[in-house]
Design a protein around this ligand. Structure first.
Ligand SMILES: [Zn+2]
Length: 233
């Protein structure tokens, strides 16, 4: 690094020390933005190692996927919840990039490495305007960097913001998520294996609707990868 840049960074580091987004402890400059200790204590699922995992099973009988996985278990009040919170509600986009890179590195020696393009689940324009960014874009770009595959956040468009679904009947919920997404650029997924990326898989409805839209394009295959999923424990 050029010495002036290094000087400026060291000075800014003194004025605004960098803290781990997981535990809040001060970081060494080579461990931005999540400290090594937090990284080694992430509750990894290892679901990328086998196809009949708990995330894949969430989609069984609903939509034909090639593979599905999550990187970590989402444990309430735990480290993963903190990281996802920082990413989604505290403007810490770097958390998305690093969690994407960690996930991509796990997928590298697996059948997931067969994907052609990485596609983040889009936010609706109104939500994007409010938050200023789509957290999934950063996860997707981290994955695509690790897998050395392209990523594209303009292929799919979200037509509506997801309405609250708790008071709706099962049929109304189904109508609500149906046609939630539209593939705007089918030429980029036709004949391709798409890796669809979300931050957390809580319910399958949104991912299912997005995957369904992609699968309407002829000769398209879809896999799903998320950073976090419910913990079975
Ligand atoms: Zn930490």
């Amino acid at each position: 690094m050029n010495s002036l840049l290094k000087y400026l960074r060291d000075v800014s580091h003194l004025a605004f020390p960098f803290n781990c987004f997981g535990c809040g402890n001060a970081l060494d400059e080579d461990e931005l933005p999540i400290c090594n200790e937090c990284q080694s204590s992430l509750p990894l699922t290892r679901y990328w190692e086998y196809d009949d995992n708990e995330v894949a099973k969430m989609f069984w009988g609903r939509i034909p996927l090639e593979h599905a996985t999550s990187l970590m278990y989402f444990i309430k009040d735990g480290l993963v919840q903190e990281l996802i919170h920082q990413l989604k509600y505290n403007g810490k986009k770097e958390v998305g990039s690093i969690l994407g890179e960690l996930l991509g590195a796990k997928l590298k020696e697996t059948p997931f490495s067969d994907v052609d393009v990485v596609v983040p689940v889009p936010l609706h324009a109104s939500r994007l305007k409010k938050r200023g960014y789509n957290q999934c874009d950063f996860i997707a770009s981290g994955i695509s960097a690790a897998l050395e595959k392209s990523n594209n956040n303009r292929i799919v468009k979200r037509l509506r913001a997801n309405e609250t679904q708790t008071t709706k009947s099962r049929y109304e919920r189904w109508i609500n998520v149906k046609e939630l997404f539209r593939v705007e650029q089918p030429q980029f997924v036709m004949g391709k294996h798409v890796l669809l990326v979300d931050d957390v898989v809580t319910t399958v409805a949104t991912l299912e609707a997005c995957a369904d839209a992609l699968l309407q394009v002829p000769d398209t295959r879809v896999s799903i990868a998320t950073d976090a999923c419910p913990s079975p424990y």
